[in-house]
Each structure stands twice: as structure tokens, then as C-alpha cells.
Design a protein around this ligand. Structure first.
Ligand code: SF4
Ligand code: SF4
Length: 225
């Protein structure tokens, strides 16, 4: 059993969850949702959401505010005044579980940052590091935002899947950082961001140009010795 199995999902309540363009398009397709159903921009003037990993985007309407692209939060059904990732499914609290069990409603399509937590690649990009998760996800120490009920152990992590997923997440966040650089050269309004994103990602696959034949005899322009 992983620590998540007995957790009330403090991470899905405490944090804004950054998404990449690839996450957005995968969720749109997999769940038949539109961009505005689940994506928002969170102002991040002190960098605590981006954490030197997710890119900052700037927009025409607030040109001096860095934003991180995240999943939207929704009010908790059981804990007044608090919010949680809009995809978190909450169960009714009971005596055994006063906060209430909960689970990700899009587990197979969840963003790469959710897949990765609490792991990262080491500096060589080849080994998986389990980092120490703090006890509380927010400074106010509300138990709703407590994190992992026990420390993660190496045995909790699949040594084949985890590095593969982290490598993919690393590739996508690098690509999204380049997308941000292009966008930030000429920031436009937030409303046109989804259109921009779809144009960029729809052009990620290109066909190799056909090599020109050396002559017009119709033979294939290479030979097998
Ligand atoms: S997408 Fe799922 S795992 Fe990620 S924060 Fe939301 S509920 Fe939690
Ligand atoms: S806080 Fe830790 S144990 Fe709980 S759902 Fe998040 S990663 Fe899993």
C-alpha cells in the first residue's frame, strides 16, 4: 500500500497544480472537456507555485504579473471555506475518517506533476529521487492540508515505471518552458491562450521531406550492398 491509499489527499487540497500543454490536451481528449472547464492561471509573484520548474506566462491584461497554468480549484463539498482540485472526488467524513476519504477523479489522465509527486530526477536525469515531503502543505496547519500520513519508502515506488514517467514529465516541462518563451515575447490576452496552445501542439509532428532522387530513372536513391 502506498501512503496515498490511506490519505485524504492533502496535496490535492493544499496546492495549485501546474499543468503542461500536453497535460491539457490529454485531459481535453480523454475526458471530452474544454480548456475553460478545468484550466486557470494562478498569479505567482513570489514563485511558490512554479518552484523553478513550471514556466511563468505573462498576459496583456496584467503585463507585470507572472502566472502559472494550473487546474482549477472548486469549493470542498464538506469543508466550508476550503477548496480542492476540481478533479478530487470527496467522500462523506465519518468517525473513522473525520476529513473524509477522497480520490483523484481522473487518475489515468492526471497531470504529470501529480504523477511525479513526491519524486524528481537526479542531476544526471537517470535516477529517481524521493524527496522529503513536509508535514503541512500550508502555513496555517489546518489538518485538511496535512500531507502524506507516513514517509514514502523506496518500496512504494515502481523502479521501472517511475523513471519512465519522470523522464516524460521532464521532456514535457522543458517543451512547455519553450512554449512560454515564445508566448512571452509577445504576450496576448488570456482568452486567446487555448487557441495558441492548440496551434503549437498540433504542429509537433512533422513529416520528413522526401529526398530528391539523384536522377529521374525512378530507382530508389540508395542501395543495399
Ligand atoms: S488531478 Fe487528481 S491527483 Fe492531481 S491534484 Fe487533481 S485530484 Fe489530485
Ligand atoms: S499528500 Fe502524499 S499521500 Fe496524500 S495523496 Fe498526496 S502524495 Fe499521496
Amino acid at each position: 500500500m502506498s501512503p496515498c491509499d490511506s490519505c485524504h489527499s492533502g496535496c490535492c487540497r493544499a496546492f495549485a497544480i501546474p499543468v503542461t500543454g500536453a497535460d491539457i490536451i490529454r485531459i481535453e481528449r480523454g475526458l471530452k472537456l474544454g480548456f475553460w472547464d478545468f484550466v486557470c492561471r494562478w498569479a505567482d509573484p513570489d514563485g511558490t507555485i512554479a518552484r523553478n520548474n513550471a514556466p511563468h506566462f505573462f498576459f496583456e491584461d496584467e503585463p507585470n504579473t507572472p502566472f502559472v497554468i494550473c487546474t482549477t480549484h472548486a469549493p470542498s463539498a464538506f469543508h466550508e471555506g476550503s477548496t480542492k482540485c476540481r478533479f478530487l472526488m470527496e467522500c462523506t467524513p465519518d468517525e473513522e475518517n473525520p476529513i473524509g476519504a477522497s480520490r483523484c477523479g481522473i487518475y489515468n489522465h492526471r497531470p504529470s506533476s501529480c504523477h511525479a509527486f513526491p519524486m524528481k530526477l537526479d542531476d544526471s536525469g537517470e535516477l529517481t529521487i524521493l524527496y522529503q515531503v513536509p508535514k503541512h502543505g500550508r502555513e496555517d496547519k489546518n489538518p485538511l492540508y496535512d500531507l502524506c500520513p507516513r514517509e514514502w519508502e523506496i518500496e512504494d515506488i515502481d523502479p521501472i515505471e517511475a523513471p519512465q514517467q519522470l523522464s516524460m514529465a521532464h521532456y514535457e516541462i522543458n517543451f512547455f518552458n519553450q512554449v512560454a518563451q515564445i508566448w512571452n515575447r509577445n504576450p496576448r490576452e488570456w482568452e486567446v491562450f487555448p487557441e495558441f496552445l492548440h496551434i503549437v501542439y498540433n504542429n509537433r509532428v512533422m513529416k520528413q521531406e522526401s529526398p530528391k532522387p539523384a536522377d529521374d530513372s525512378g530507382t530508389i536513391p540508395f542501395s543495399v550492398a
